[in-house]
Design a protein around this ligand. Structure first.
Ligand code: SF4
Length: 296
């Protein structure tokens, strides 16, 4: 289109609008997630800034493969149920697992050892044996995306599975790990973080549907193959105390977003006041980190 035609069109549009067009675009709202932004920043602003804003990639592919293969397998199990109307049996696990594994290999994501691979297969078999028939048919949506526009930013989250039973909804999140031990500072901190993740999902669900889900359930997958494993950790949204905690955390969330935006503007990504040695010992940036040196 010729430039003069574009100008003519804009003049007509401006007249119809009843005001002059300006170049003032206003502030574009950023999208923040609980896992990728708020939790990561709360654990260590420096690590978050280096990964998220300076583009470094984590060098630990095992953890990425482990969590991802479990999530993709469970999504596929749900899809098979939707299409074929039947739940996969433990005997089919290896065949479906191989398909998931092949698609991940094509993306360059591989397990680091055959032992890790075997462990995941036995976890998935156990999942199908214990929860397949009882859980999969009740999933109404896998990887449910929830979004809410707040005054300063957009809040976003993906729920692994939404389960419905007798018109009660539950949000489920799969964790490819052991259940954290709350008697240790590290375990307590981890559980607290996961609870907050579920608070945000519960809040987003309520904003979309008008009421909170009945509960949120964390499924710690590694517990499935332990002798006295305890895989399920539930958060009850029917309790008043839980709702108060959710509301408090949504306010806290907004404050953390403000801090992230300030760090982005200034380019300063602070060290955390407190952090545990275990988290730092898995960090790619520990070798030139004062905080890590002080923990040794
Ligand atoms: S070593 Fe610890 S304190 Fe230092 S950047 Fe990494 S996570 Fe943060």
């Amino acid at each position: 289109m010729r430039p003069e035609k574009i100008v003519e069109g804009l003049e007509r549009f401006s007249k119809r609008l009843g005001k002059k067009l300006t170049l003032n675009k206003g502030k574009v709202k950023e999208r923040y997630t609980i896992t990728g932004d708020i939790i990561s920043y709360s654990i260590c602003p420096r690590q978050y800034g280096l990964y998220r804003f300076y583009g470094f990639s984590p060098s630990n592919p095992t953890q990425e493969w482990y969590g991802s293969v479990i999530h993709r397998f469970l999504k596929r199990a749900h899809t098979i149920y939707r299409i074929k109307g039947r739940v996969i049996s433990p005997d089919e696990v290896e065949e479906i697992f191989r398909k998931v594994e092949t698609s991940m290999e094509a993306e360059g994501i591989r397990p680091t050892s055959p032992k890790v691979r075997e462990k995941v297969i036995s976890i998935l078999k156990e999942f199908c044996r214990l929860y397949g028939e009882e859980f999969i048919p009740k999933i109404v949506e896998a990887e449910l995306r929830l979004v809410k526009e707040l005054s300063e930013f957009i809040l976003y989250g993906i729920v692994d599975a939404l389960k419905e039973e007798n018109e009660n909804f539950e949000i489920w999140d799969y964790k490819g790990m052991d259940r954290p031990d709350p008697s240790t500072p590290y375990g307590k901190r981890k559980l607290d973080i996961y609870e907050k993740q579920m608070f945000v999902y519960g809040y987003l669900f309520k904003e979309k549907n008008g009421s909170y889900p009945k509960k949120a359930v964390l499924l710690f997958m590694n517990e499935l193959v332990k002798e006295n494993g305890s895989p399920l950790y539930a958060i009850d949204f029917t309790e008043e105390e839980t709702i108060k905690k959710v509301e408090r955390f949504i306010e806290e969330f907004s404050e953390i977003v403000k801090k992230i935006e300030k760090s982005k503007e200034s380019g300063k990504w602070e060290l955390p006041k407190e952090i545990d040695k275990k988290t730092c010992s898995q960090c790619d940036f520990r070798f030139d980190c004062e905080k890590f040196s002080s923990l040794r």
